[in-house]
Ligand binder design. Structure first.
Ligand SMILES: O=C(O)CCC(=O)C(=O)O
Ligand SMILES: [Fe+2]
Length: 967
């Protein structure tokens, strides 16, 4: 349990008192605390990483971890292009002020977004703006029944650069909590909230229902409206009755849920007036709530488990007109190319290049990369959700939380009312965002775009595939917690874009992935999205508002061409960056509004004016969720979701908070050169491309050929321990027989030196493994071969990481982890082997290694002969995952000489199915100078092996490959 000290509480109390004094309302102050929880994000994409270790081809898929589903993919699967679930919601919103933004770069503004996205026009998709116009017109002609016109003029700007006492209290407390937590800690510091919104002028800073700063001066209520259908009552669960004796509650939605589930630990009261309680929303998300004690009462709340939305609204929550045309080639991309000379500072052709080079994005699948409970990087994929938007030239971006989407067959008819068949729900459903597993847009992009089956005689229907949300992304489920934590803790997030992200105004050509820059999440809310697989008829989609971090200057797509790197340092002058409107719409809330006129009448939680249509209740457990505040149910505008436009005040850029700038510890998102880690990719300062380290002897930009040679320290064999001769562990399931072991010594050279041999006999005549251990008397030639390997491979371009045959091209191309080269007879395995080197062109170390292998292996089987050597060089942390050497044309013996660091080698039976893995049946330690001979095809047919070195290691594996073997 983490406590604030008495002094800290006193200080907080002082700040809070000042704030409350300003609010002119006497009140008690309570601070709650809850236990610190570990917020490590589990490594989620092990399947993806596994794939890179595995070398064997699809023939062995059933028995290896390289089954289809374990393949790491961009946005689910290699993507051509699928219809997005929504038309591109191009927003017609006021552009930033014509006053130049203070930056060293003259701002080059692209044309308005609409002009850059003929996509919307080509598909005749109504934009949100055009819908809004239609709605406005129809409202003029049919005043009684039409939707309400936009009614929320932008609020008066808040005082520039001046924090209200409430905000100061918030900032002070955050700063204090930040100090209390170690900067290195992976556990985010506690999240604070301001006093409950029950204080009439309190800053309503709530993660669940943050308030908006703009004042709603427009009248949205209209009791005379009767045309809209009344919402169906629907199943209302857990409705609470008002109890006359209970004081009005002002707790947040999160708090209400905690109370109802009765799973929140009781608040730890450690002061009469102040206490801090932490709320554990899930294992990985905690926050601190500051509310008045009386706020705990829920009795008078109109709280339901699943608010029911009127059917007509639901139908329109998902715009279901024709999908944009599919384009797979750059020539088909209707957007203009990047203006001459403009280029991103960091870009790549594959996702692996980004993941291996940028510490802020290491997600091989999905669009969200989180670590330590905080999202660090976020990739915009090709599937926007309804109302995603690119606003103010990209300084403000609206997107969605990750996870829960799947490809779904949607039937669309003339009236755009959707009948949804969950045909594939779950197939591609990757809903983990906290970690390296898929989040955003986990969609099978190879699935057919549309089919026209299921024609109805009366009303022709079309079946199209859409990416639909099949699960709630609610904060309650914990999926979006790392994103919310980044917002609440004010951490910057590196935003990247896939070139298929249609909201970006330019065709990015060969640049599949670009880094946009540092952003911060200013606000987050939950929107309902149509579905059929949920009792309530919709799923909750978490929406996020990202804003550009000022200290970077202008976004690169607005700059004049320049080779300069973007720099993000806490900039004391950042506050002079001017924005047209200075309104805090999000987390920090607006400190000047009277919340009374923008609270939901049902739950009395703060409403938000995200959309121009008016203030809405966004408390997902309120009966009035997603409805306009103060507008009777029967008079709510309908259809609602499809015609909404963003409130210009809500999306207006604001100054980056100093606290967030202070957290920007890195100076730039471009990695330092040369890479500090031998495994890291290479960022080319000349062209901005990041490239994996492919070659052993150099880092090379594969776009402009700029190169930096590597300086691998030579590892001396003298420091290496030979085999202890004792390390093995054999076990096998009973029905599969027993592996028996004999231990003996064998003379291995002409001088009569001996080696210890462990002979493992596999059951049912499946084969024999000889583990011939090195020792100091016989290792001299091995030491020499090891040194020779290192010098020769540093000088000549032999070793490289090979592309996996199954992922050779495109944005999902994948390189093996280890570096390898095949010498002698060509050997076809799961990695590319185009670069085979015949023995007569092989370096001396190959001949030396082969001589050692022959010398040892022939002592156990004198007929042994080899015509191929595959060298695998492992850097620290790399390994070769489970596979079998079961290619056609291989003779019985496969022998490996181990050089360098010891390695753990494990065997297991081939997996009977994708999900079922057999346990390890034999594990060995391979030390420097050991030769392991696998004899018998049964060992490859029935077993798999893997090798995990403890550090730098070179293995030379010799085989005999029949040249006439069928392919
Ligand atoms: O690195 C090793 O020792 C094993 C290599 C291996 O299994 C292979 O090349 O197939
Ligand atoms: Fe192998």
């Amino acid at each position: 349990m983490l406590h604030l000290s008495r002094a800290e509480v006193d200080e907080a109390k002082g700040a809070y008192d000042a704030f409350r004094a300003e609010a002119a309302r006497p009140s008690r102050k309570v601070v709650y605390e809850r236990p610190q929880t570990k917020m490590e994000s589990p490594a989620r994409d092990t399947a993806a990483v596994d794939t890179m270790f595995t070398r064997r081809g699809p023939a062995f898929a059933s028995g290896s971890s390289r089954g289809g589903s374990s393949v790491p993919m961009v946005n689910g699967v290699p993507v051509a292009s699928l219809p997005s679930s929504a038309p591109v919601p191009v927003q017609e919103l006021p552009q930033p002020s014509p006053e130049p933004v203070a930056t060293q770069w003259p701002a080059v503004k692209p044309e308005p977004v609409d002009d850059h996205l003929p996509l919307a026009e080509a598909t005749r998709q109504p934009t949100i703006a055009s819908r809004a116009r239609e709605l406005a017109e129809s409202s003029r002609s049919r005043p009684k029944s039409a939707p309400l016109p936009p009614s929320t003029p932008p609020p008066p700007p808040a005082a520039e650069g001046v924090l209200s006492p409430g905000a100061k209290f918030q900032a002070d407390l955050l700063a204090k909590l930040g100090q209390m937590n170690s900067p290195q800690s992976s556990v985010p510091s506690r999240v604070t909230r301001p006093p409950s919104a029950s204080a009439r002028s309190a800053p309503a800073i709530s993660a669940a229902v943050p308030t908006h700063s703009s004042r709603n001066t427009g009248a949205v209520a209209s009791s005379s409206r009767t045309a809209a259908p009344k919402p169906a009552p629907g199943p209302v669960l857990g409705k609470r009755k008002r109890q006359a004796s209970s004081p009005p509650s002002t707790s947040t939605g999160v708090f209400m849920r905690r109370k109802r589930k009765a799973s929140t630990p009781e608040p730890e009261l450690w002061s009469d007036e102040y206490m801090v309680r932490e709320f554990i929303h899930s294992r990985s998300h905690t926050s601190v709530e500051i509310v008045k004690p009386e706020d705990e009462s829920l009795d008078d709340m109109n709280v339901v488990e699943t608010p029911v939305l009127p059917r007509t609204w639901r139908s329109y929550d998902l715009p279901l007109s024709e999908a944009p045309p599919k384009w797979t080639k750059d020539e088909d991309d209707p957007r203009p190319p990047l203006p001459h000379g403009l280029r991103p500072f960091v870009w790549s052709k594959t996702r692996q290049e980004i993941c291996e080079t940028l510490p802020w994005f290491k997600s091989y699948q999905g669009g969200v990369y989180s670590k330590g409970g905080l999202t660090r990087g976020y990739l915009f994929g090709q599937f926007p959700s309804p109302r995603d938007a690119f606003i103010h030239d990209g300084r403000v971006l609206i997107s969605h939380g990750g996870g829960g989407s799947a490809l779904v067959d949607v039937e669309v008819d003339d009236e755009d009312i959707a009948a949804v068949t969950l045909a594939h729900a779950g197939d591609n459903d990757h809903d983990d965002v906290d970690g390296e597993k898929p989040g955003v847009d986990s969609i099978d992009d190879n699935a057919p775009e549309a089919s026209t089956s299921a024609e109805s005689p009366r009303r022709p229907k079309k079946k199209v595939k859409r990416a639909l949300l099949t699960k709630d992304q609610s904060a309650r489920k914990g999926q979006v917690n790392p994103l919310r934590n980044a917002m609440l803790h004010q951490h910057p997030i590196l935003l990247l874009a896939d070139k298929r992200w249609k909201l970006f105004p330019y065709n990015l050509g060969e640049r599949w992935f670009v880094v946009l820059g540092w952003y911060w999440i200013k606000d987050s809310w939950e929107e309902p999205e149509l579905t059929k697989d949920s009792d309530k008829g919709y799923n909750l989609r978490t929406k996020l508002l990202f804003q550009w971090v000022d200290a970077q200057g202008e976004p690169w797509w607005l700059r004049q061409p320049s080779p300069a790197r973007p720099v993000l340092k806490p900039d004391p002058d950042a506050s002079h960056v001017q924005h047209p409107t200075k309104v805090y719409a999000g987390f920090l809330g607006n400190q000047t509004e009277d919340p009374a006129d923008r609270k939901c009448t049902k739950c009395r939680q703060p409403a938000k004016a995200i959309f121009s249509q008016g203030w809405m209740c966004l408390n997902t457990v309120c009966q009035a969720y997603w409805r306009l505040v103060d507008v009777p149910d029967g008079s709510q505008p309908s259809p609602y979701g499809d015609g909404m436009t963003y409130n210009p005040a809500f999306v207006a850029p604001t100054t980056t908070p100093q606290l967030l700038l202070a957290r920007c510890k890195v100076e730039t998102y471009c990695p330092r050169q040369p890479a500090q880690s031998q495994l890291r990719g290479f960022w080319c300062e000349r062209c901005g491309k990041v490239t994996c380290r492919i070659r052993w002897e150099t880092w090379e930009c594969d776009s402009c050929k700029n190169a930096v040679s590597t300086s691998m320290p030579l590892q001396n064999a003298a420091a290496l321990q030979p085999s202890s001769g004792l390390a093995f562990d054999a076990d096998v399931e009973l029905q599969e027989g027993v592996i028996s072991m004999q231990r003996y010594t064998l003379v291995v050279d002409n001088e009569g030196h001996v080696a210890v041999v462990h002979r493992f006999t596999f059951p049912f005549n499946r084969g024999v493994i000889y583990h011939i251990m090195g020792n100091s008397a016989i290792n001299a030639p091995v030491d020499a071969a090891f040194a020779q390997c290192q010098t020769e491979f540093a000088e000549q371009p032999f070793l490289r990481r090979q592309y996996l045959e199954s992922h050779k091209t495109g944005p999902t191309a994948l390189l093996t982890q280890y570096f390898s080269q095949n010498f002698g007879a060509p050997y076809k395995f799961a990695a590319e082997t185009d670069t085979n080197v015949p023995f007569d062109s092989a370096p001396g170390c190959i001949h030396a290694s082969l001589a050692i292998i022959n010398g040892r292996a022939r002592r156990v089987d004198e007929s042994t002969e080899f015509n191929e050597v595959l060298v695998a060089a492992y850097l620290d942390g790399q390994q070769m995952h489970y596979h079998s050497d079961f290619e056609a044309g291989l003779r019985d013996d496969i022998a490996t000489l181990s050089m360098g660091s010891p390695a753990l080698m494990k065997f297991r039976l081939v997996s009977p199915s994708k999900g079922k893995k057999h346990p390890t049946c034999l594990s060995l330690t391979l030390s420097h100078g050991d030769v392991l001979v696998m004899h018998g095809v049964g060992i490859q047919q029935y077993y798999q092996h893997m090798v995990a070195p403890a550090g730098f290691r070179i293995a030379a594996t010799a085989r005999y490959i029949e040249q006439t073997a069928p392919p």
